[in-house]
Structures are given as C-alpha cells and as structure tokens.
Design a protein around this ligand. Sequence first.
Ligand code: A2P
Length: 301
Amino acid sequence: MSVPVPTYNGIPAVGLGCWMGQPGASEEAYHMVREALKIGYRHIDTAFGYENEEAVGRAIRDSGVLRSEIFVTTKLPNQAHHRVVEGFENSFKNLDIGYIDLYLMHWPCAADDSGRQLSPKEGRDFVEVWEDMENLLETHAGKVKRIGVSNFSITLLEVLLPQVKVVPAVNQVEVNPYHPQIPLKKYCESKGIQIVAYGPLGQTRRTFLEDHEVVAVANKYGISPAQVCLSWAVQRKTIPIPKSSNPERLKQNITLVTLAEEDFDRIENLHKEPGKHRSSDGMTLKVPGSVWGWTMQEMGW
Ligand code: A2P
C-alpha cells in the first residue's frame, strides 16, 4: 500500500530533479514540470547551470498550483562565485515565480567564464561565497527563503561550519543504494543539515536498479526497483529528487511504500557487498570529457 509523501524540515520529501541529462531541453523540462505538478509533486529542483530555469518557472506559473504550495530550489553556478548577487538575480529573473525557497551553492569550487574548473588557489574561497549568500538572505529577504550547499564533503563542511552565521539548510549530494553516503548523512544530521539526494536512480549509471536484491524487494511489494530505491531514500530521511520525463514513471516515483525493517536493511547494506560500492559524483570520480577533469581530492578539496 502506498504512503503519502512526508515533509522533512519543511521540504516535501520527494522532489522533481530538472537536470535533463544535458543543458537546455527546455520544452521537455516544461512538460515534465507541468505533468509533475498535475500529479502531485510539490518540490521542484533546478539550477542556473541546467539552462532551463525559464521553462521551469513558466511551467510553475502555468500550472495553476498555488505558489505557496510549491518548494523550488535553484543553484548558484560556479562561474558566479565572485558575483553572488548577480548570479541570484539572474536565476530569480529566469524563474519569475516571486521567490525562491532554497538557493544552493552548486559546487564548492569556482569556474572561469568558459566553465573551466578553478583550483582552490585560483578560485574564490567557498567560505567567502557562503558569506555573500548569507548577506543575500538579508538584502533579498522575501526573494530567497533559505540557503544551502551542494556537493560538500565532511572535510569541506568542517572548514565551513565554524565560520557561518547561518547553517546551510541542505547539502545536496549524490546518494543511492550503491553510494549511501552513510558518514556524510550522519554528520549532516548531527548539524541539522538536511540531505537532498540527487541521482537517486543512478542517472545514467544505473546498475543498482537491476541488482538482484533490489529486484527481489521490488517483487515482494509488487513495485518497481526505482520505487524500492526511492522508498528507501525517504524512509532514511533523505529527500530524493528523481528526474523523469515519462508520465508513468513520474507517477511511480511519488508512489512510495514503507519497507519492512529487514527489507530496508537489505538496501541499506547493499553497498557492503563486493563490487557494489559505486560512486559517480564529482567528489570522488573523474567524469571523462566533462569540465571535471580532476577529482575533488586531486584538486585539494
Ligand atoms: P526517463 O526520464 O525516461 O524516465 P536520476 O533521477 O537518478 O537522475 O535518474 C534519471 C534517469 O532515470 C532518467 O534516465 C529517467 O528516464 C530514469 N527514470 C526515472 N524514473 C524511473 C523509473 N521509475 N524507473 C526506471 N527509470 C526511471
């Protein structure tokens, strides 16, 4: 039997991720957001870097759903680390929805105007960027409700947190059954930072959806492997933001079950099996051909 989507720290516990696998794809994003709002999604996640804020905002305005019922996140691009106000105002204007619920620093590292990733020495210190985001809360009160970070490891949070006036509301990182981020999750929980999970279905690296344990749990409940992963994510108090352009899968992704403890534990412990710890985020892996030519560790992050 499906259970209603809860709210964690004032945020609907399943969101719609609007990274379309490539920048732009605005018309597809528009239709996806319209459909999602129609079937009950109330949390939409986008970013300046996705190049679809305008379409996402238009879909929200056209939806007929009250603005106050929708939680909307967007993100500061790496190219704007040294001009936070301008970065925010660009997103604010693109979305054109009155206010932004949550504004995230997309990555701890800056990039130059061509998108080239800057080393910690070349780019602006993320603590200073965070200070500008804190100031934004004061100078743009009413336009932005909360601020947070994305792709921050424990190491980086340990640098940031002793220096903040405002604790980040959220750390958005990649989380899935093969990359459950257990230490980071525990750390964030201890600091009152909500984890939002991107790539909860593995983006394009989705082997865990075919994992025999996941499939076995799915068969037991008569649901899909994706629903197992998303139910697990919500049950462990993270907020997954799956993307789907397909109306049937969109519906699946907010139709969750409560897993029995033994089944929850099977998924929670999956990453301990040999070969099942896959991590694909910029924090830990090289992404060939992308701007992320180096791992965060190699960069000294
Ligand atoms: P599609 O948009 O065709 O549904 P993530 O959210 O981890 O980034 O993963 C997104 C990918 O997962 C997309 O390729 C999306 O494709 C696919 N996807 C979304 N929902 C489901 C689902 N319920 N079952 C299988 N694949 C899904």
